[in-house]
Design a protein around this ligand. Structure first.
Ligand code: HEC
Length: 187
């Protein structure tokens, strides 16, 4: 009996000590911080590289530098970081799972209904992880590589079709949601 009580107490204690909602809001803050580290850095790198060597020359920023920086932030923080999209360019790493897909669809609906795309985010515990996604809105700068296919520079088209034969990530206009940055951590 004593043993049983002890087991019951250790099961209940962690939940009693930290109210679930307080814990969740700390995780939400942390996840948001991790997710918002990468996009501004990428944006600056893209701007610089486009200015120096044109959109075709800036493709490595999105192709190589983005995943490399995501990997570095993962190592520093312990959060896994991805970028996923309903219309993926890189079908090896940007296909959303069910949870991400549901969030992406919800964000598209809400943006179409007038919500500011830059504010759309979702964070919650899923199984034994905390997961968070934040929408990445299309800005003017993105259009040189994600705009309507027939408006891309031929040099950009050439590089894209060489690396991404299944590219679905064109045809966007400003204000649409290109995808999400998705972060997760085991609890
Ligand atoms: C210079 C060209 C270029 C510009 C400008 C650009 N991208 Fe990309 N984008 C790419 C390439 C190439 C990939 C594929 C990266 C990879 O291989 O993982 C990509 C992938 C992505 C992905 C990952 C999902 C997927 O479809 O593979 C997101 C999200 C994304 N871009 C958002 C943006 C946003 C938002 C902007 C504007 C702020 C932007 N991109 C500007 C070239 C560009």
């Amino acid at each position: 009996m004593k043993k049983l009580l002890f087991v019951a107490a250790t099961l209940i204690a962690p939940f009693a000590a930290t109210p679930a909602h307080a814990n969740d809001s700390a995780l939400l803050d942390e996840a948001r911080k991790v997710a918002t580290t990468l996009p501004p850095k990428l944006l600056v790198a893209l701007q610089e590289e486009i200015r120096k060597s044109g959109a075709e020359g800036a493709i490595p920023v999105c192709k190589d530098m983005a995943p490399k920086m995501a990997g570095e932030i993962s190592q520093q923080t312990g959060w896994k970081i991805k970028r996923v999209s309903l219309k993926a360019r890189n079908d090896a790493r940007a296909i959303p799972d069910e949870w991400e897909k549901a969030a992406l669809e919800d964000f598209d609906k809400r943006a179409a209904a007038g919500e500011a795309p830059g504010k759309l985010e979702k964070g919650e515990k899923v199984g034994n992880e905390y997961r968070f996604v934040k929408a990445l809105p299309v800005q003017g700068l993105c259009l040189s590589c994600h705009g309507p296919a027939d408006q891309l520079k031929p040099a950009v088209q050439a590089v894209l079709s060489q690396h991404y034969p299944n590219d679905k990530a064109t045809g966007y206009s400003e204000g649409q949601i290109r995808g999400v940055i998705s972060v997760r951590k085991g609890l």
